[in-house]
Write a protein that binds this ligand. Structure first.
Ligand SMILES: CC(C)(COP(=O)(O)OP(=O)(O)OC[C@H]1O[C@@H](n2cnc3c(N)ncnc32)[C@H](O)[C@@H]1OP(=O)(O)O)[C@@H](O)C(=O)NCCC(=O)NCCS
Length: 248
């Protein structure tokens, strides 16, 4: 397993609740004009996807990240440059970070949904997953802690599916908010009843200073979560990205 990369997860210095924007799109929102928004490394990554649906998800995510960030920063999307270096192998598939601007961005895609998170007040992570009952049984041990598994085993099949995908999206969101990604085992992370981080190995500063929020995707059959490195509450505003993507 790769080493955990040290990132600054000290609580954000903020005067009020964290404010986040969540943008929702679909792979079918892709159109040829969006390619002009992608940087060379992104075009290369795009051409590496064999399946058209993977290409579409990636393209919409990368283009929307730029369009939404430019709207927030009141600048042209063409001015924005992102660093996507993976700290393990230095290929451009890591956490996206805006160069020269203090704006946090996060991306997730699953099946027919693409979501982007933005915040000027805190590091953040987002995750969306299509609910698939078969996966909740296969992956339960990898995602749930021993304590969570005890409770999970007492639930009905349908309840297990919902609890599993809630835990998965919450945990993946928080692992993205720190930048650790799957280098941190999901089953080592726990939350309290308010969604505040209770356990996160190696980062004691997160306990009580980071929390997750369950989000309601606009499509049925999905679960999503947002994680921010601040205590509750957080202000979340949702946007439909179709108009913004079409405007380019
Ligand atoms: C980040 C990670 C949890 C994403 O999981 P996923 O469910 O497959 O995919 P999602 O659609 O939810 O999220 C993908 C997005 O996460 C972002 N991302 C990648 N690594 C990230 C990290 N360490 N922290 C935060 N965000 C990250 C990217 O923007 C990516 O979108 P892109 O493909 O458009 O660039 C997982 O890919 C990971 O842990 N990657 C790092 C470790 C790794 O596997 N490295 C590859 C070998 S070197």
């Amino acid at each position: 397993m790769s080493a955990i990369v040290p990132v600054n997860t000290a609580p954000a210095d903020h005067a009020g609740p964290a404010r986040c924007e969540i943008w929702w799109a679909r792979p079918s929102d892709q159109h040829a004009g969006l390619l002009s928004l992608l940087e060379d490394v992104e075009l290369q990554r795009r051409s590496g996807y064999r399946r058209p649906e993977d290409r579409a998800r990636f393209t919409v995510g990368a283009a929307l990240m730029r369009l939404a960030a430019a709207r927030t920063l009141s600048c042209s999307p063409g001015e924005l440059r992102f660093n996507r270096d993976c700290p393990d192998c230095h290929l451009p598939h890591g956490r996206p970070r805006l160069r020269q601007h203090d704006l946090e961005v996060a991306v997730s895609h699953s099946a027919d949904l693409v979501m982007i998170g933005l915040s000027t007040s805190t590091p953040m992570g987002v995750d969306v997953e299509r609910v698939d009952p078969a996966r909740s049984h296969k992956l339960a041990r990898r995602v749930l802690s021993a304590r969570e598994l005890d409770g999970f085993r007492t639930l009905t099949h349908d309840e297990q599916t919902q609890v599993f995908f809630q835990a998965w999206t919450r945990k993946e969101a928080v692992l993205k908010s720190t930048g650790d990604g799957l280098r941190m085992p999901m089953n080592a992370v726990e939350f309290d009843d308010r969604g505040q981080v209770l356990a996160y190995p190696g980062r004691p500063e997160l306990t009580g200073n980071a929390h997750v929020i369950d989000l309601k995707p606009r499509e049925e059959g999905y679960r999503a979560a947002l994680a921010v490195l601040t205590p509750p509450p957080a202000e979340v505003t949702h946007y439909d990205a179709r108009g913004l993507l079409r405007s380019w």
